[in-house]
Design a protein around this ligand. Structure first.
Ligand SMILES: [Ca+2]
Length: 320
C-alpha cells in the first residue's frame, strides 16, 4: 500500500512537471510566424503547441553528444562493430542499382553513402525514439545559445509535415530533431532531399532509396569532388607541431610540408588540408584530410564522426 501511494505520488509529480509549449514565451512568436507568414490555421497550430511536451532530455543531451565527449577509441566501436559492417554490405547489395545511380549522378562513392546511413540510423534500424515536434520545440523555447537555430528548424519541420499532409506530432527521430534514414534536420530535408527512385514522392523516413540519393546530394551540394581522395595516412615529425583536429580552412600542403609531415598517398592540391590525430588501439595515428574529408564533416562537424564514416566505408568495401 505504501508503495502504491509512493507510486501515485511519483506519477502526479511527473504529470505536474510535464509542460506543453503554450507555457513558453518564445512559442507565441513561432505561432505568429506559422500563422501570419505561412498561412497555417491558428487553431490547429495552437492544438499542436498544447499537445506537445517539453523534453528536458533533449536540452541535456545536446550538451554532451557522444562524438565530442568520447575519445575515438571509445567512439569507434559504436559504429565499426562487425555487425555494422556486415549490415552495410547487405544494404549495399540490396540497393546496388540505386546506389550506383547515385554515384553516377552525384559523384559520391557508394560506400560513403552506405557508411553515413549506417552511422546515422543503422541502415534504418534505429531512426530515433524522440518525438521530433517535442525535441525541436524544447530546444527552440530554451534560451540557449542555439535557440534561434532550433526555432528555425522547428518552424521548417512543421511546414514540411503540413505540406506532406502529415501530423507533426507523429514523427519520431533523434533528441536533437534529426529524422529518417539519413537523420536530416528539417532544413537539410528542405535543401537536399530528393526523389531518387522517382516514384513521385520524397520520403527519407520509410524509403531507403530516397535516403541514398539525398545523402549523395547533400555531399555534392557541400562541395564533393569526384575522384579526389578523402585522406592520407601520415608520419609526423613531433618536433614541429602543427595545429590538428580543426576544420578551420587555413592550412595547405605547403604548411604540412614545412612541418615535416610525410604522406603515404600524397594528393597534390592547392586547396585546404586538415591535419588529424586520433588515439587508436595501437597508439596515436596521424592523417591528412583533403577537401572531401571536410565535405563529410559538413554532415556532422566532428573529427571522430568523419573518421568513423571513412573507416566504415573502407570496411564495407573490403568485406568479402
Ligand atoms: Ca521516392
Amino acid at each position: 500500500m505504501r508503495y502504491l501511494v509512493l507510486f501515485s505520488l511519483l506519477v502526479s509529480i511527473t504529470v505536474a512537471a510535464a509542460k506543453d509549449f503554450t507555457q513558453f514565451e518564445r512559442t507565441a512568436n513561432v505561432v505568429e510566424i506559422l500563422v501570419s507568414e505561412h498561412g497555417l490555421d491558428r487553431d490547429e497550430v495552437l492544438r499542436w503547441m498544447s499537445s506537445g511536451v517539453y523534453r528536458q532530455a533533449s536540452v541535456s543531451n545536446l550538451a554532451a553528444p557522444a562524438e565530442t565527449s568520447k575519445s575515438y577509441v571509445e567512439y569507434k566501436p559504436m559504429f565499426l562493430a562487425s555487425s555494422t559492417v556486415r549490415q552495410g554490405k547487405e544494404f549495399s547489395e540490396k540497393y546496388a542499382d540505386l546506389l550506383q545511380s547515385a554515384e553516377r549522378t552525384y559523384g559520391v562513392p557508394v560506400e560513403i553513402i552506405v557508411a553515413i546511413i549506417g552511422i546515422e540510423s543503422r541502415y534504418g534500424r534505429s531512426m530515433g525514439r524522440h518525438r521530433t515536434f517535442d525535441a525541436l520545440g524544447s530546444l527552440a523555447v530554451t534560451e540557449g545559445r542555439r535557440a534561434d537555430y532550433f526555432q528555425r528548424e522547428w518552424i521548417k519541420f512543421i511546414l514540411i509535415m503540413d505540406s506532406l499532409g502529415r501530423d507533426p506530432l507523429d514523427m519520431k527521430g533523434s533528441y536533437a530533431g534529426a529524422s529518417g534514414f539519413p537523420q536530416f534536420m528539417p532544413t537539410s530535408y528542405d535543401a537536399y532531399a530528393v526523389d531518387h527512385n522517382k516514384d513521385g514522392h520524397i520520403d527519407i523516413w520509410s524509403d531507403p532509396e530516397d535516403a541514398i540519393g539525398s545523402v549523395a546530394n547533400y555531399l555534392k551540394q557541400n562541395g564533393w569532388r569526384v575522384g579526389e581522395p578523402i585522406l592520407s595516412e601520415a608520419t609526423v615529425d613531433k618536433q614541429n607541431p602543427l595545429e590538428i583536429n580543426s576544420f578551420s580552412r587555413d592550412k595547405t600542403l605547403k604548411d604540412v610540408d614545412k612541418a615535416g609531415w610525410v604522406l603515404t598517398s600524397r594528393f597534390e592540391t592547392d586547396g585546404f588540408v586538415f591535419p588529424v590525430r586520433l588515439d587508436t588501439d595501437t597508439g596515436q595515428k596521424y592523417w591528412l584530410g583533403y577537401r572531401n574529408f571536410w565535405v563529410i564533416s559538413r554532415y556532422n562537424r566532428s573529427i571522430a564522426y568523419t573518421m568513423a564514416v571513412v573507416e566504415l566505408a573502407d570496411a564495407i568495401r573490403n568485406q568479402s
